[in-house]
Write a protein that binds this ligand. Structure first.
Ligand code: ADP
Length: 493
């Protein structure tokens, strides 16, 4: 099929409108890359209150309270606003499904104060999934493909195959479901199920139920025409090992022929040291000296002294169990004996923050910490650090290791998921892009950092590694083509 395709891309977070992690980066960059290939692709996401009407020039597409959407016994009313993202030549249209009751809040999934998940997340995303389909009918725009992302969009494939299966407008649409993280499943008490309006017969283990709960991720995996995840290694891990499959390994193994690993890319319009306005000095592989100025600026931001010859180890992460920062805490004393500095930008678990805070007080000249979400600082850490660590328990793809390589900052990572697929372990003679360790173990992390430090002190060898990473092609174009091929395959069926 050579005609341009029409694709609707669904996500609960899209940069720059709403972001908690990598999903937002992907949901912004991938649609733009697909559009660049000549296809029509539009995005739909909830309209959270903090998405500024003025800043993003939101305009009404379907006016206030025009679309009735059943949620359980109630009918909720939706309207639709629109804006664009346009880092590239082509603009991508973004539709915002609006309902003040569900999305007129300060957080995406949880209240910023107290950090508790909203109690009605089931209803909020039932509303979203059903609202998407009702909106399409009103718009009269019929995509060939609906590309769903993560549990928040998991009910869409099920609706299409059940409640809307005889709707002539929606019936021809095929669905792709992308898993960005198996650990977040959107599972709710069974009394959430009737609110979805899905047929009662689906609530069993071969349907939408997992371990007694109504599981949105499982629903997506059962009903989507194709499933993808964000690296080959993670696709393998989740379909073969209970440790990674978070209780759904069996289902994924069953659907193995429909499960594809397509690696995420980097949005070079956002993450590129040559054009990055958020860093202190721009640079490329030929002007590595300018990177040193970013290092000075970075340590200054953390109020640390600049120490000639001492490597700065950086980290930017959600502080959650997945990311493995317990290993870093375990080796901290040992690590800091080695004349290094460590800077951390983290957001999440308060207990972890406290422990890092205590270390910062113990080593005020060597450790800098900032807790919170700060995009600008994230860019400066990528540019100013020498080494970047990601000791993840599991990592579906991981973006920061790719950003690091692009910024000439050498990643030290656990060999799992996308980290394993993207980082090439140093093998001597200027070969490799980083340092990997296999076993999830603090001593292994320490050994990998020690290996990195040894090479750091051989400047010419180190520069080769930096250049290897900086010149690697992680652009989205390659991945976008793989998604388009998959869409086309589905449309042949
Ligand atoms: P995940 O999606 O699991 O959080 P990724 O590595 O795929 O991990 O993506 C993380 C994204 O979120 C990157 O763009 C990273 O820079 C950003 N990020 C994570 N934590 C913070 C933070 N505290 N402040 C700013 N950006 C952050």
């Amino acid at each position: 099929m050579s005609r341009p395709l029409d694709v609707l891309f669904l996500s609960s977070e899209v940069d720059p409108f709403a972001k908690t992690g990598g999903l937002a980066d992907v949901s912004s960059a991938l649609p733009q890359a697909i559009k660049e290939l000549g296809h029509e692709i539009r995005i739909m996401m909830p309209r959270y209150r903090f998405i500024s009407e003025r800043r993003y020039k939101l305009h009404d597409i379907i006016r206030l309270k025009e679309i009735p959407i059943p949620v359980g016994k109630q009918t909720e009313l939706a309207n639709v606003k629109s804006s664009f993202i346009s880092n590239l030549k082509e603009k991508v249209q973004v539709y915002f499904l609006d309902n003040a009751n569900y999305f007129g809040r300060d957080g995406i999934y949880q209240s910023p104060v107290g950090r508790k998940d909203y109690k009605d997340n089931d209803e909020r995303f039932i509303f979203f999934c059903r609202g998407v389909l009702e909106t399409l009918k009103r718009l009269g725009w019929q995509p060939d493909i609906i590309h769903c992302n993560d549990w928040q969009t998991g009910l869409v494939p099920a609706y299409l195959k059940t409640l809307y299966s005889s709707d002539p407008f929606l019936k021809p649409i095929k669905t792709v479901f992308t898993i960005h993280n198996m650990a977040y499943q959107g599972d709710f008490a069974p009394d959430a199920f009737p609110k979805s309006g899905l047929p009662k017969s689906l609530f069993h283990v071969d349907g939408v139920e997992a371990y007694g709960k109504f599981n949105f991720l499982k629903t997506g995996l059962q009903f989507a025409d194709a499933i993808t995840t964000v690296s080959r290694r993670y696709a393998e891990e989740i379909s073969t090992s209970d440790e990674y499959g978070s209780g759904l390994t069996g289902l994924l193994a069953k659907r193995k022929k429909d499960l594809h690993g397509i690696l995420n890319g980097i949005d070079y319009h956002v993450w590129n040291p040559v054009t990055d306005d958020l860093i202190y000095r721009k640079y490329d592989a030929k002007s590595l000296d300018a990177k040193a100025d970013n290092k000075r600026s970075l340590v200054g931001r953390f109020k640390l002294p600049y120490k000639e010859g001492a490597p700065v180890i950086g980290a930017i992460s959600r502080l959650v169990e997945q990311k493995g920062f317990d290993l870093v805490l375990e080796i901290m004393d040992e690590l800091l004996k080695m004349n290094v500095q460590f800077v951390l930008l983290g957001d999440g678990d308060k207990g972890t923050e406290k422990q890092f805070d205590a270390f910062q007080k113990k080593y005020p000249k060597q450790i800098g910490v900032f807790f919170g979400f700060d995009k600008e600082l994230a860019h400066l850490i990528e540019a100013g650090s020498d080494i970047f660590i990601m000791p993840s328990r599991y990592e579906p793809c991981g973006l920061n290791q790719m950003y690091s390589m692009r910024y000439g900052t050498i990643p030290v990572v656990r060999a799992t998921g996308g980290l394993d697929d993207t980082v090439e372990d140093y093998s001597g003679n200027g070969k490799g892009t980083g340092f990997k360790f296999e076993k999830f173990d603090a001593k292994e992390l320490l050994k990998a950092i020690q290996r990195a430090l040894k090479v750091f002190h051989q400047p010419e060898e180190w520069k080769k590694l930096m250049r290897n990473g900086m010149t690697k092609d992680f652009s989205w174009e390659h991945s976008a083509k793989q998604y388009v091929n998959l869409y086309k395959e589905l449309l042949k069926q």
